[in-house]
Ligand binder design. Structure first.
Ligand SMILES: *Cc1c(COP(=O)(O)O)cnc(C)c1O
Length: 365
């Protein structure tokens, strides 16, 4: 991965360093990573197509690229997205926005405070009244409204007050948004939150806000909505092919973009009763060949029991950089679908994918 990222390592993590971990790691991939994450270009393009069918235009997709593009590699996915015709991106930090802004028309930064106003392409989210004081004059912003998740955003009733305060602070308001707390679950939450947001929107329109985009949908909300009528949808997990929704929602099939591979380090023949790994937890039940592979919890792979997609199990405990598996294939696939792997670990695909060490090589296939 080519990376024009931050090369200097700050000694203190002050507000001014504007530095995030993936960019430090990016250069290390050359040094120690043998395991590999494969990114399927075809599946990614397929998913973007499905999403554009729903939004009815590529221009209405804001692709969420936070956290190293959900572990897929920020610059890799940003470049693929630009090729696919996606024009808007969402990230967490300024450092990410700066790496990819040349590829998009707008980049929304979810949680950061730039020291001076960035280019007008970059819009910074206002999550709180305090942000209005902190953000530099001339900065383009999008206001987050808390319609019920109670995480970020201002109270709906304070919209007018916020608009006035932003004007006074010299901030340029370019968008108003909210976020759903349970768009991927059956229930009424989605509907009353949407209703609150629609009310905010009609008040905003009465204020005569111009050049402002209105958006509330993540992947789940987009695909549970009937027709999509907002200006843009902030789509993450569907683009990566791991959106899971309860059956009644009738969501199109997406294709997983990421698969995880490990390479063989060493092999040996073991007889019944031999014990593999720390604590000797992995007892051999059938004599035969076993091999070690170069992935472990140090790579962000969970330290837990696991069965590979081909039905073989990890033998014994996961080490920091090693797992042992029956057989002697040159490489093994840990998962083709992070959502399936996540289910076995009792978590969600987001956690598995973003947990993978940014130092693991990412290759587009
Ligand atoms: C992460 C995030 C999204 C994307 O959610 P997905 O479920 O991955 O589609 C959208 N909006 C906000 C505010 C987010 O933090």
């Amino acid at each position: 991965m080519t990376n024009a990222a931050v090369r200097t390592i700050p000694t203190t993590f002050t507000h001014a360093t504007q530095f995030t971990l993936p960019y430090l790691y990016a250069d290390l991939t050359k040094i120690f990573s043998m395991s590999q994450i494969e990114i399927s270009r075809e599946n990614f393009f397929y998913n973007i197509n499905q999403i554009a069918n729903k939004t009815q235009s590529l221009e209405k997709i804001a692709l969420v690229l936070k956290d190293n593009a959900y572990g897929h590699g920020l610059e890799i996915v940003a470049n693929l997205a630009a090729k696919a015709g996606v024009r808007h991106a969402v990230v967490r930090k300024m450092a990410e926005a700066k790496l990819i802004e040349h590829l998009f028309e707008t980049v929304l930064v979810l949680t950061d405070t730039p020291l001076s106003a960035p280019s007008s392409k970059i819009r910074v989210a206002v999550n709180d009244f305090g942000d209005i004081e902190r953000l530099p004059k001339g900065c383009s912003v999008e206001l987050k409204v808390d319609t019920g998740m109670h995480r970020n955003g201002i109270e709906p009733k304070r919209l007018e007050e916020a608009v006035e305060a932003m004007e006074e602070a010299g901030l340029k308001l370019c968008g108003v948004m909210t976020h759903y707390r349970s768009a991927d679950e059956i229930g009424s939450d989605f509907f009353w939150q949407k209703k609150r947001f629609d009310e905010v929107r009609s008040r905003g329109e009465k204020l005569g806000l111009k050049g402002v985009r209105w958006h509330s949908c993540n992947s789940a909300a987009l695909f549970r909505s009937g027709t999509f009528e907002e200006d843009i949808a902030r789509v993450g997990i569907a683009a990566y092919g791991c959106l899971r929704m309860p059956k009644p929602f009738n969501v199109p099939k997406f294709r997983p973009v990421m698969s995880l591979w490990a390479e063989r380090i060493a092999s040996r023949d073991l007889s019944v009763g031999a014990r593999v790994g720390y604590g000797g937890d992995g007892e051999i039940e059938k004599a035969g060949r076993v091999s070690s592979y170069d992935i472990g919890y140090g790579d962000g792979w969970p330290r837990a029991a696991y069965t590979l997609p081909d039905g073989r199990s990890i033998l014994g405990r996961v080490s920091m950089d090693i797992v042992t598996i029956e057989g002697d294939d040159e490489r093994v696939c840990l998962f083709y679908d992070a959502a399936e792997a996540a289910k076995r670990f009792g978590t969600i695909s987001y956690e598995i994918m973003t947990g993978l060490n940014p130092a693991i090589k990412r290759v587009v296939v």
